[in-house]
Design a protein around this ligand. Structure first.
Ligand code: ZN
Length: 101
């Protein structure tokens, strides 16, 4: 059986205290910035369908001068291979932990 690497984001729910702080410190951008990225992508996907790229996420990264390679690999490592997957795989876990704003 192939070994499926557990996505880091899946552990988020269980983290608290120092472990949660370590997770936040290891993020490729600030917690509030990633929340904004998720909101941005969600809004964009209301208007147009996902074309199976990270186009919208990338636009947010560019506009906010974020660390493009690091943030993109963080998204894909956590199942966010394209904008709709970011919303499907990352946003629910993220928002359950950090809230909606
Ligand atoms: Zn997609």
């Amino acid at each position: 059986m192939p070994i499926v690497k557990k996505r880091e984001i899946e552990n988020l729910e269980q983290l608290s205290g120092e472990e949660l702080q370590a997770f936040i410190d290891s993020l490729p951008a600030g917690q509030a910035t990633i929340s904004k990225l998720l909101d941005f992508v969600e809004d964009e996907l209301y208007e147009t369908e996902c074309d199976h790229s990270l186009k919208r996420s990338m636009r947010f990264m560019m506009d906010n001068r974020l660390d493009f390679p690091k943030l993109t690999s963080w998204l894909t490592e956590n199942g966010g291979y394209c904008d709709c997957k970011v919303m499907e795989q990352i946003a629910p876990i993220w928002r359950a932990k950090f809230g909606d704003d």
